[in-house]
Design a protein around this ligand. Structure first.
Ligand code: GLA
Length: 355
């Protein structure tokens, strides 16, 4: 058995002259998670296949410069509000809040400089059999148009059982909206020239959130029965990804939120991914009401990575646990409002094993 460790090194310097650090977390079984303080980005997540071969299974870059723009949000913490807000506006307690329009006609992932583009304070924590990195950030009142000074912490814990826990916490001094998530793109084969269409996915959801062609919810929930959106029993990602279905057309594949079948506020198994060739298996546990399953349909817009290589569409998949998109404008969706005195507290676990 190896030794549990967490190491810090300098990753780079931003154009503003701020230092960005890299933290490498390792558990006793050799699983490794690399995190940079810029955007809280997971740059690498290295796990074994059935033959004991360790490979990185998350898409990313090998330099800070690429992460400074990172148009696809590889590996980043997303906030204050993950996913889209229709037309970049919402109102809360009678006040209208205009936000940046940065995705077609809508607001995406907290705006121009969301939590994916800020430098987080980092505190390494080491206990007997696990290591953690506690990231914290103060998002000031009206940053990116959102009300309230929001104190946020995101703690990545690498456990002995090959689970990466992501625990989010936030408090505010004015009523605001919050919806945080993690934007890693997984390709369990470890070979990023391969698409994820042969990986098998399960999502424990009887309903999903249909959207318009700009990815804004229609306001209804639709049954997955007899649709390409039924992943209740594990299914090859590629099986129905090109099916003739107006929702598949809207997302150019899967790019939707599934309504998770589980009691709110409890951490349950909600999704899994299996790569049969390598045997790598990932289970996702969360207390969140939804998961955005995105099959990397627009990855050709990602930046090139090393040696002239370029990510191609569908070479990674995201399981972004969160509330439903545009919740601040949708009365029937679970609320994303955070009031002073309350604590936003949620967690998601990614557990790796082999089958
Ligand atoms: C963002 C979202 C994804 C997907 C892409 C589309 O990254 O988080 O779910 O909608 O945009 O480009």
């Amino acid at each position: 058995m190896g030794k549990v460790s967490i190491n810090q090194s300098v990753y780079g310097t931003t154009p503003e002259g701020d230092q960005v650090d890299l933290y490498t977390l390792k558990n006793a079984h050799g699983m490794q998670v690399d995190v940079i303080t810029f955007g809280g980005i997971i740059t690498k997540l290295t796990v074994s296949n059935t033959d004991g071969k360790f490979e990185n299974v998350v898409l990313g870059y090998d330099n800070l410069e690429s992460y400074l723009s990172n148009p696809t949000y590889f590996g980043a913490i997303i906030g204050r509000f993950g996913n889209r807000i229709s037309k970049g506006k919402f109102s809360l307690n009678g006040t209208d809040y205009p936000l940046a329009i940065n995705n077609g006609p809508n607001h995406l992932h907290g705006g121009i400089k969301g939590f994916d583009k800020v430098i987080w304070n980092a505190e390494p924590i080491e206990t007997n059999d696990k290591v953690a990195l506690k990231l914290s950030y103060l998002s000031e009142d009206m940053e990116e148009g959102y009300p309230g000074n929001l104190n946020v912490t995101v703690t990545y814990t690498l456990r002995a059982d090959n689970t990466l826990e992501v625990a989010y916490q936030a408090t505010t001094d004015k009523a605001t909206v919050v919806n945080l998530t993690q934007h890693s793109y997984f390709n369990l084969s470890g070979d990023f020239t391969k698409t994820v269409t042969d990986e098998e996915v399960m999502i424990n959801a009887d309903f999903y959130v249909p959207t318009d062609e700009t990815a804004i919810p229609l306001g209804t929930l639709e049954s997955v029965t007899n649709t390409p959106f039924d992943f209740r029993t594990p299914k090859r990602v590629g099986q129905d990804i090109n099916a003739e279905h107006s929702q598949i057309a809207n997302g150019s594949g899967y790019d939707h939120t599934w309504v998770l079948n589980h009691p709110a506020k409890q951490v349950n198994l909600v999704a899994s991914v299996l790569d049969k060739d390598s045997g790598r298996y990932m289970e996702v546990f969360t207390d969140q009401p939804g998961v955005q399953f995105y099959t990397g349909n627009f990855l050709d817009s990602a930046l090139p990575y090393g040696d002239g290589a370029h990510y191609a569409d569908r070479t990674g998949l995201c399981l972004e646990t969160q509330h439903y998109p545009d919740s601040p404008n949708q009365e029937d969706f679970p609320s994303t409002v955070l009031n002073p005195g309350d604590i936003y507290k949620t967690e998601t676990h990614f557990k790796f094993s082999v089958k």
